[in-house]
Design a protein. Structure first.
Length: 417
């Protein structure tokens, strides 16, 4: 197929339509791009489509290969073992594993029948529970989110192909398709409107503004100031909703090439950032490590000084050095110091925190809130101030009746719009 327009050219022009809302910007950046396409008519010719006939269904596969698909392949999910490994990278858990190893060594170096190794087993059991709960919760929630997103994104839209109206999945939309839009529809791709009847869209999904944007061919008067906002524009953007009227849109960009797709790519959350509680636990781990190590070293130093004074003063059994006896006693001093270090380990703290967050996630699910990561619960719990846009975010952007006067009487909450 001989399409002379590239995906980059179409995506760039649509992006300029969104980023240039003023009349002066449209004259300087947007209109020259449209003229380069040959105007609206030239755009249809170069895309080999028309608003009344659409595209041949036989070209769908070729257009998808040339311009891209309207389906953004999600990143491959992590296995539960990888999630468990990531959970084990917590500094507090690494410290506990080290303490468990030291406890095992102390038990092996101790006298026969010593149960010092049980401390290490208890620590490893606590670590195992923490890792298991975190990994299983993250894995389950990830699967649920993927299932919900798959259902939410796969909706049917009406297009014109082979001069006939037909229903197709949003994932099957390709560049050049003619999509029929009416009140309540969500725009499934970026495009330009041709035939329309009082078409108005809400772009709150992209801008946060609830003001209805009128759509149609550019209507710029000579009297319009360059600093004035554009009143009517032809570009439609994926993720916006039709609030009024109806129209026909010719698709120019799909999938990752849409303005919404580009923004989502830039706004991907930073998974490496730690939560507030996690930072506090890491700081506490560092503090315990330093204090515990210092206490252990100080204990060993005091015992060795006392041991040396006993030899200096000629105490009982300390008159002369006996390798078979006194080396073992010195080794026991080292074991005592290590034991002091291990005892300082709060092996129950990560377990308590993880279980508490898991119960929080369960409670939020009962309130119809699906939490993907355990840390999100404590992050929101530690928030002191939330700055948010009101219209369209905290409210729906629609008026509703809360009080009315009828027959000289004031009624409250009797009707909702």
């Amino acid at each position: 197929m001989g399409w002379t327009l590239s995906t980059e050219d179409l995506s760039k022009w649509v992006r300029q339509c969104f980023e240039c809302p003023l009349v002066g910007q449209v004259k300087k950046n947007v209109l020259p791009g449209l003229e380069a396409f040959g105007g609206p008519a030239g755009l249809c010719v170069k895309l080999q489509t028309a608003s009344n006939t659409g595209i041949p269904s036989t070209e769908v596969k070729a257009r998808r290969e040339h311009f891209g698909s309207n389906y953004v392949e999600p990143e491959p999910p992590e296995t539960i073992w990888m999630m468990a490994w990531n959970a084990l990278q917590d500094p507090c858990l690494i410290f506990l594993c080290f303490a468990a190893l030291v406890s095992f060594l102390v038990g092996m170096a101790g006298p026969a029948g010593s149960l010092e190794w049980l401390e290490g087993v208890a620590i490893l059991c606590a670590v195992g529970v923490v890792v298991t709960v975190s990994a299983v919760n993250d894995y389950q929630k990830e699967q649920q989110f993927r299932a919900l997103n798959a259902v939410k994104e796969d909706v049917s839209v009406t297009v014109i192909r082979d001069s006939k109206k037909t229903k197709v999945s949003t994932h099957d939309i390709v560049v050049g398709d003619v999509v029929l839009l009416s009140t309540g529809d969500m725009v499934c791709a970026d495009g330009v409107v041709f035939d329309h009847n009082d078409l108005g869209l809400s772009e709150a999904m992209l801008t946060g503004e609830s003001v209805i944007k009128r759509k149609g061919m550019f209507d710029i008067q000579d009297s319009d100031s360059d600093e004035a906002a554009l009143k009517v524009g032809p570009a439609l953007f994926a993720g916006t909703f039709v609030q009024e009227g109806e129209g026909r849109m010719i698709v120019l960009a799909v999938g990752q090439n849409t303005y919404q797709g580009l923004m989502e790519e830039k706004m991907k959350e930073d998974e490496s950032e730690k939560s507030v509680l996690q930072k506090k636990l890491d700081d506490m781990t560092d503090l315990i490590t330093k204090v515990g190590a210092g206490a252990g070293v100080l204990t060993v130093a005091v015992l060795l000084v006392r041991f040396a004074l006993a030899f200096y003063q000629g105490a009982c059994c300390k008159e002369a050095w006996d390798h078979s006896v006194h080396w073992v006693e010195a080794l026991r001093f080292l074991v005592v110091g290590v034991t002091v270090f291990v005892v300082a380990v709060p092996e129950g703290l990560p377990l308590a925190v993880t279980i508490a967050l898991a119960f929080s996630v369960k409670k939020m699910m009962n309130d119809q809130n699906l939490v993907r990561h355990l840390s999100a619960c404590e992050t929101m719990g530690s928030a002191t101030t939330i700055c948010s846009d009101k219209t369209g975010t905290l409210t729906t952007g629609k008026m509703s009746v809360v009080r009315m006067m009828a027959g000289g009487e004031v009624c409250r909450n009797t009707a909702k719009a």
